[in-house]
Design a protein around this ligand. Structure first.
Ligand code: UD1
Length: 389
């Protein structure tokens, strides 16, 4: 039997990978899960395993925080040891965090095929660490699972072979659909004395927004203004809290609380009047829930969320954010179509493809070589074939 090695590391990985891990377990596939420890606080990690009923990881690298190079390097060293010991037939990574790239790189160098869940998204902004992680991971992967048509188009545009790309839908929305009833039944808004449909929810953690005091002050100015008309609840990422203290940001009437668990946040998001965020996943979750989302960024790697009408790009100035929030609040009802294949079945589709690939004759899933491209280059430069081997 061939071993599947699943990788998780940071908060958004857990919701994306849980449907894959649970479906593989249901089918009796042999698998191990490695937690890199990129996120380690119980509110950023353990609480998600419990809520998603994810089995405890088989390995925990416990790498913790650090600079990008330091964190990525420590994950690589630890993960290489696990790969050499367990010899997986496939490594499955999700999303775009440092753990995703670090483990994909280790596997590819050991000639272990890589599957990438949530492949092909592009902001076309290489100042985002996640954009670098996405591009490199996709070019190391053999099985690329896309969530929206733009993902497939981007990969084809980068010369990745069509037979390696699989449009499967969004596994994060599988998690949402399996947990929304319980999340609503818990009525998490009551803990904060909020009324359904009469509050806004904020998340903010991107380095581009919180590490630059001028940008953070602009955003803070907008949040304070909006909170005069609508109560705003702000579960705060540890990085953001640290920056607020360093820069001396006072959010006035905005209610700043600790990071929340998956179910609590999901319930609050589902009944929010508006969500203001710089997260990627939350743009998708609000789309699935039909809740207006104001994205505090200049670009998005998830254009489908804007196309279906739930999400708007607000920029990062006080003026542009307040205007976007006003527009969102004046929308009586968000009418939107659910993006194709965001139907709760993405995990099943992914495992179908993985199982088929592992069972195919021979021991190996093909490594990502774009043969058409090699052929084209060889044709274009006759006589230089040897250089391309
Ligand atoms: C990471 C991802 C980002 C994702 C985000 C979700 C990268 C490059 N970034 O950003 O794509 O959207 O996770 O949260 O991988 N910290 C704690 N406790 C924790 C984890 C972090 O206090 O459990 C603090 C530490 O001060 C740390 C800082 O948060 O230095 C940043 O953590 P890190 O994992 O480097 O990046 P995130 O900002 O969380």
């Amino acid at each position: 039997m061939k071993l599947i090695c699943n990788v998780v590391g940071a908060r958004p990985n857990f919701m994306k990978m849980a449907p894959v891990v649970l479906e593989a377990r249901r089918r009796g596939l042999i698998q191990v899960t490695v937690h890199t420890g990129q996120h380690y606080d119980s509110q950023m990690s353990a609480i998600f395993f419990d809520a998603l009923r994810l089995p405890k990881p088989d390995f925990d690298l416990g790498v913790g925080s650090g600079s990008h190079a330091d964190q990525t390097a420590r994950i690589m060293v630890g993960f290489e040891r696990i790969c050499l010991d367990t010899k997986p037939a496939l490594v499955v990574v999700g999303g775009d965090v440092n753990s995703t790239l670090a483990c994909a790189l280790v596997a590819a160098k050991l000639t272990i095929p890589v599957a990438h869940v949530e492949s092909g998204l592009r902001s076309f902004d290489r100042s985002m660490p996640e954009e670098i992680n996405r591009i490199l991971t996709d070019h190391l992967a053999s099985l690329l699972f896309t969530t929206e048509p733009s993902g497939t188009q981007n990969l084809l545009g980068e010369g990745i072979a069509a037979d390696q790309i699989h449009f499967v839908g969004n596994s994060m929305i599988d998690s949402l659909r399996s947990h929304i009833d319980q999340a609503l039944a818990d009525k998490p808004w009551e803990r904060f004395d909020l009324e359904p449909g009469r509050y806004g929810l904020i998340t903010l953690h991107r380095p581009a927004n919180v590490d630059d005091s001028a940008v953070f002050s602009e955003i803070a100015g907008a949040l304070i203004q909006i909170s005069r008309d609508l109560p705003l609840l702000f579960p705060t990422h540890p990085r953001t809290l640290e920056r607020m203290e360093q820069i001396g940001i006072d959010l006035g009437t905005v209610r700043v609380v600790e990071p929340l668990g998956y179910l609590e946040f999901l319930g609050l998001m589902a009944k929010a009047r508006v969500v203001l965020t710089d997260s990627g996943g939350i743009q998708e979750e609000t789309t699935a829930l039909g809740v207006p989302c104001v994205t505090l960024r200049l670009n998005t790697e998830r254009p489908i969320t804007v196309q279906v009408g739930t999400n708007r790009l607000a920029g990062i100035t006080t003026f542009s954010i307040v205007n976007a929030a006003r527009e969102a609040l004046s929308q009586a009802n968000v009418s939107h179509t659910l993006p194709a294949l965001w139907d709760g079945e993405a995990g099943r589709r992914i495992v179908n493809i993985i199982e088929k690939a592992l069972n195919e004759k021979g021991t190996h899933i093909s490594q990502p070589t774009n043969r058409d491209e090699v052929g084209r280059l060889q044709g274009a430069f006759p006589g230089e074939e040897d250089c391309l081997e």
